[in-house]
Design a protein around this ligand. Structure first.
Ligand code: BTN
Length: 239
């Protein structure tokens, strides 16, 4: 495993993607103390000041494009599992948010290069809020984010990177067969099935009660028009 460390980058995902294009081996990683253009899902910005973890890891599993939708769930589960080791009220929110005390503490941004039936690589970008200087947080984030410093644990960035690597290695092949079934079950154990949600998928909004996680990684919602599987998008809120 080769870890490239930077003081500041635009986005660790972008730096690692460039390395991947030049043939970097699997498990190459980029970690930065801060990001100037950190990216979240759905084109959002990921606020990335010093004090938290911004890590991207290059994965090259023998996965098919149709199985890719399972990967965010696997990576977020792998992260949640290691964070939970020290206790704390953690939960998972589809597709790849990790919540602490009901607020977002970590997010995962996966970017894959595919061609036909081949997945050349996956850049798994992980942002974990360790300490954000709550007072300097943009107002719209203040009530919605949590930091690991709220609870006691070993939150040093170095030890966190080591633990992430071992968790990713354990779950590296979990996108198929029994291993995927186990992740699906465990992921479901930590998700909130009681709060109705409004899900935005492109221009479409679907309101309903989350029912289950499908085999392909989509979320099944019970709506007024029956059960609907949602493949991408964001849970806007409970409503
Ligand atoms: C989300 O929840 O919207 C995903 C957030 C992912 C943020 C991480 S930080 C490291 C990597 N580099 C980025 O620009 N984004 C991901």
């Amino acid at each position: 495993m080769i870890i490239h460390r930077y003081k500041s980058v635009t986005s660790t995902n972008d730096v690692l993607k460039e390395m991947a294009e030049k043939g970097a081996p699997e498990w190459t990683a980029v970690v930065a103390e801060q990001q100037t253009e950190g990216r979240g899902r759905e084109g959002r910005r990921w606020y990335s000041p010093r004090g938290s973890l911004y890590l991207s890891v290059l994965l090259k599993p023998a996965i098919l494009p149709m199985e890719l939708q399972r990967m965010p769930l696997i990576i977020s589960y792998a992260l949640a599992e290691l964070l939970m080791q020290d206790g704390g009220d953690f939960a998972l929110k589809w597709p790849n948010d990790i919540l602490l005390n009901g607020r977002k503490v970590a997010g995962v941004l996966l970017e894959a290069r595919t061609q036909g039936k081949d997945v050349h690589y996956i850049v798994a970008g992980m942002g974990i809020n360790i300490s954000l200087g709550q007072n300097s947080l943009p107002a719209d984030l203040r009530d919605r984010v949590a930091v690991l410093e709220e609870i006691i644990g070993d939150w040093s960035i170095e030890s966190m990177i080591k633990r992430i690597y071992s968790s990713l290695k354990i779950h590296h092949g979990s996108f198929r067969g029994e291993a995927w079934e186990r992740i699906r079950e465990k992921w479901s154990d930590y998700a909130d099935w009681d709060t109705p949600v409004l899900l935005r998928e492109g221009n479409r909004k679907v309101a309903g009660y989350p029912q289950s996680l499908s085999d392909d990684g989509s979320l099944v919602l019970r709506t007024s028009e029956g059960d609907v599987a949602v493949h991408s998008g964001d849970i806007v809120n409970g409503y």
